[in-house]
Design a protein around this ligand. Structure first.
Ligand code: PLP
Length: 466
């Protein structure tokens, strides 16, 4: 159990059910089926102060190291003065025009990222790409899907575009995760999330989604050889997140880009999770440099932990019919100010370069101090940058809720991914996986403490199982 940094911030609980925090927690819909008995009462950097809400230790506070980063949305941790300053200035000065009117903040940030000499202009030169903003990752993916679907549609004749009639298949990957909204459900290949829900009308321009295993070059080549002519698009996560932080072998992503280009299919990269987490801004990168995509969706950390936003970067010839993609939240001045300040700070401070180093150290420690020491609980650790996964063993995977609580009680907040589960082509089952993905600002000593605390939590789980 964690001893240091623990202070009582709440009075003793009035009854065994937990301290009276002055609110009814059940008003917030329960999305997990088991609520963690903790409340966050404040945070600074990567330290979060949690209070236990029930049980024998109700009311006790714990300072917990954050290896979740708010589901990977807070790359600068909590309370960044850079972001606080940008937000304050934007609220005071920038206004709130929507996409109908150009804004100085939007113009500036887009020029800085995509304009000549811009930070991302090697990958997405403004002459070839245009961008749109959405509220969330899921909405960004919905827009990506719309762009793909409309690419097959002749707006003048109101029917399939010539030569695209037979392209009615989208290829996704086993274990894929792209969001919860209706049109994305077929992409995620989890039957139990879809069963019983009405499907979207398949006519007159129906689309089918097919899945192949991720990271298997031969399976992809074989698929394209037989089906390339039917393919409209491929949706890919450069590192599969919910599948258990599965990293593809070297060359795989570039080969996918080549197969798409040669086969006339659009390549959509879901970089919502990977944005600024793989040691660079983009996961679609290899030793040769940027891997070309037709559409890229960024999210989570793009909002720097204070705003929820996403950005869709698409080739200019990919569009949605007039007014068909207007959104109240499209790159508002405040969003642009926060995004621009955060990205500028990450770049100027070399946080990505540092995250490669600290992340490498974190990965080594997870293998040595967690997987090797607890083979009964963990099967393997993998990842890159500051995004790592530690896969549970089959027996440990039966009680994920126990892991969630024990880790917090031992001073570290981690998340658990579903794992890719059953896969085709004779590939092994992938079990639920602990995601260890601290904010970019994590230091080497903090990474070491994260691993020590995970090891202490693992001891406690073992102890309980005895
Ligand atoms: C790879 C990926 N795509 C899409 C999403 C959906 O993003 P949001 O939760 O912002 O809608 C997520 C969220 O976890 C994700 O990890």
């Amino acid at each position: 159990m964690l001893d240091e940094g623990r202070t009582r911030v709440l009075p003793d609980p009035p009854e065994a059910g937990g301290p009276d925090l002055g609110f009814d927690r059940s008003v917030h819909m329960d999305h997990y089926g088991t609520r963690l008995p903790f409340c966050c009462v404040g945070a600074k950097g990567i330290v979060q102060r949690f209070v236990e809400l029930g049980g024998p230790h109700a009311g006790r506070s714990l300072d917990v190291l954050d290896a979740s980063g708010g589901y990977a949305s807070a790359c600068l941790g909590a309370g960044s003065p850079v972001i606080a300053g940008a937000l304050r200035r934007a609220i005071e000065d920038s206004g709130y025009v929507t996409d109908e009117i150009a804004s100085l903040e939007r113009g500036r940030v887009l020029a800085r990222l995509f304009g000549p000499g811009g930070l991302w202009s090697d990958r997405f030169p403004a002459g070839d790409y245009h961008v749109s903003g959405r509220n969330s990752g899921s909405e960004g993916m919905e827009l990506a899907l719309r762009l793909v679907l409309e690419s097959r549609f002749d707006r003048r004749r109101l029917r399939a575009a010539e030569g695209r009639e037979d392209r009615n298949v989208i290829l996704a990957f086993e274990g894929a995760w792209h969001g919860w909204t209706g049109a994305l459900l077929p992409l995620i290949n989890r039957r139990h999330y879809r069963a019983g829900l009405p499907t979207l009308a398949a006519e007159p321009y129906g689309i089918t989604v097919e899945h192949i295993p991720f990271g298997e070059i031969e399976a992809a080549r074989e698929y394209f050889a037989g089906n390339g002519h039917r393919l409209l698009a491929v949706f890919i996560e450069p590192v599969q997140g919910d599948a258990g932080i599965l990293t593809p072998p070297p060359g795989y992503l570039r080969e996918m880009a080549r197969l798409c280009r040669d086969g006339g299919a659009l390549l959509v990269a879901d970089e919502i999770l990977t944005f600024a987490k793989t040691g660079g801004f983009f996961g679609m990168t290899d030793d040769e440099g940027p891997i070309p995509t037709d559409v890229t969706v960024l999210g989570k950390s793009l909002g720097m932990g204070v705003l929820t936003t996403s950005m869709v970067v698409a080739r200019r010839d990919l569009t949605v019919r007039e007014t068909g993609a207007v959104a109240t939240s499209d790159l508002r001045p405040i969003t642009c100010a926060v995004m621009g300040a955060g990205i500028g700070h990450i770049h100027a401070e070399g946080l990505l370069e540092r995250s490669r180093e600290v992340g490498g150290h974190l990965g080594t420690l997870l293998r040595r101090e967690v997987v090797e020491r607890f083979p009964d609980l963990y099967r393997e650790a993998r990842g890159l940058g500051v995004m790592h996964g530690v896969e549970l063993t089959e027996s440990a995977a039966r009680d994920v809720p126990a892991f969630r609580e024990h880790m917090i009680r031992n001073g570290v907040y981690v998340e658990f991914m579903a794992g890719a589960g059953r896969r085709s082509h004779g590939l092994r089952y992938v079990f639920p996986t602990m995601r260890v993905a601290p904010p970019l600002i994590v230091t080497a000593p903090e990474a070491e403490s994260i691993v020590e605390r995970i090891a202490a939590g693992s001891e406690a789980i073992r102890e309980e199982a005895r």
